[in-house]
Write a protein that binds this ligand. Structure first.
Ligand code: HEM
Ligand code: NAG
Ligand code: NAG
Ligand code: NAG
Ligand code: NAG
Ligand code: NAG
Length: 324
């Protein structure tokens, strides 16, 4: 009986997928209504054990969507794994949490819910899973891709050493609305950590005329110097110096006070090409409401990058491998 029930559910979901061929916020209501509860329970347990985990999952979603669309490609192991690409190696984290969510989902609704759902963003029901952040209605129904793309991860993901123009171009390449989307989504850096290797070039021997990046607050520079000194580059600092784990608009207030951590963060306010981005940084720094509202909208947009729908792709059994 249980088996039959499960098969019926799987067929219902597939029928819904083929009929609609698009993402909807109630996608799993008919075939796996527990999705939201399962994801929320696992994510909140993971965040209790490690308050940084919400940030790590948010970043995984971003890194998934920028490479072959939001198709769970970042989760695949193997020789072409995106995990081995420069932006992810020794950096991307949260894969075990995704595995744990997926295991629960396979138990509850086998073969029904894609890996893109348990991964990152899929806060499933519009509730925020990072502390205090904006809620927004997440669209569901993406299916899992069949290939990883390591060179895509190396080429498409922005680097903190890149000039703002070039970062904006990478967002435009995946169809995101340039200035607004770059600035508001960079606000994801209001939570999480970055390793010294990714910002220590700002701390010493910066240029011929200035040993420390002149757009970095002096007292923050000095505390970061002590943190990074003599280490192997793996020590981490908060991306938001004021409140590392709270989703708020401090990130933008920091930029206005020259307290951005990465060169690419501070560049949104201080860079030579920053006229348009600077005005937005100021707006978000003055209004948390505006930031949250625009962030939610942009996250939905990012989550819609080239999704696999209908009968495209598959529902992986194991998020780390395509089905045999
Ligand atoms: C605009 C271009 C972006 C650049 C250059 C960039 C770069 C980086 C870098 C270098 C790190 C630290 C990695 C490490 O220490 O190993 C990081 C962390 C992070 N990024 Fe971005 N990022 C960008 C956009 C985004 C976007 C759009 C989001 C999500 C909406 C995001 C979310 C995060 C989060 C949450 C972390 C912390 C992860 C953790 O603590 O595990 N970033 N980013
Ligand atoms: C990998 O990503 C690149 C974009 O950088 C794209 O041109 C290429 O077609 C992708 N390859 C696969 C196998 O999807
Ligand atoms: C990008 O956003 C701006 C302002 O929010 C809008 O005027 C413009 O039409 C948008 N462009 C695209 C391609 O969506
Ligand atoms: C500082 O930078 C200059 C030029 O970029 C380089 O020649 C020199 O070796 C660097 N010094 C240190 C201590 O890294
Ligand atoms: C950081 O840690 C990784 C993994 O332990 C190691 O391979 C790497 O050499 C360390 N240093 C840097 C700068 O990444
Ligand atoms: C940026 O703003 C500065 C002064 O605020 C102005 O001189 C410059 O022309 C502007 N650049 C662009 C590209 O609009």
């Amino acid at each position: 009986m249980r088996c039959l029930g499960i098969m019926v559910l799987a067929v219902l979901c597939l029928a819904a997928a083929v009929a609609r061929g698009q993402l909807t916020s109630d996608f799993y209501n008919g075939c796996c209504p527990q999705v939201g509860d399962i994801v929320r329970a696992r994510v909140s347990a993971a965040m209790k054990a490690d308050p940084r985990m919400g940030a790590s999952l948010l970043r995984l979603h971003f890194h998934d969507c920028f490479v072959n669309g939001c198709d769970g490609s970042v989760l695949l192991d193997g020789s072409d794994s995106e995990k081995l690409a420069a932006p992810n190696m020794n950096s991307a984290r949260g894969f075990e949490v995704v595995d744990a969510i997926k295991a629960d989902l396979e138990k509850a609704c086998p073969g029904v819910v894609s890996c893109v759902t348990p991964s990152p963003s899929r806060l499933s029901t519009g509730c925020s899973w990072y502390s205090g952040g904006p809620g927004y209605s997440v669209l569901l129904g993406r299916r899992d891709g069949l290939v990883a793309n390591q060179s895509g991860a190396n080429n498409n993901l922005p680097s903190p050493f890149e000039p703002i123009d070039s970062i904006i171009q990478k967002f435009a390449n995946v169809g995101l609305n340039t200035t607004t989307d770059v600035v508001v989504l960079s606000g994801g850096h209001t939570i999480g950590r970055a390793r010294c290797a990714l910002f220590s070039s700002r701390l010493s021997n910066f240029s011929a005329t200035s040993s420390v990046d002149p757009t970095l607050d002096a007292s923050l520079a000095s505390s970061l110097q002590s943190l990074c000194q003599g280490g192997d580059g793996n020590q981490t600092a908060a991306l938001d110096v004021n409140s590392a784990d709270a989703f708020d608009n401090h990130y933008f207030q920091n930029l206005a006070g020259q307290k951005g951590l990465l060169a690419s963060d501070q560049g949104l306010f201080s860079g030579s090409g920053a006229n348009a981005t600077k005005a937005l940084v100021q707006a978000y720094s003055a209004s948390k409401e505006r930031f949250f509202c625009d962030f939610g909208r942009a996250m939905v947009k990012m989550g819609n990058i080239s999704p696999l729908t209908g009968s495209a792709g598959q529902i992986r059994t194991n998020c780390r491998a395509v089905n045999k």
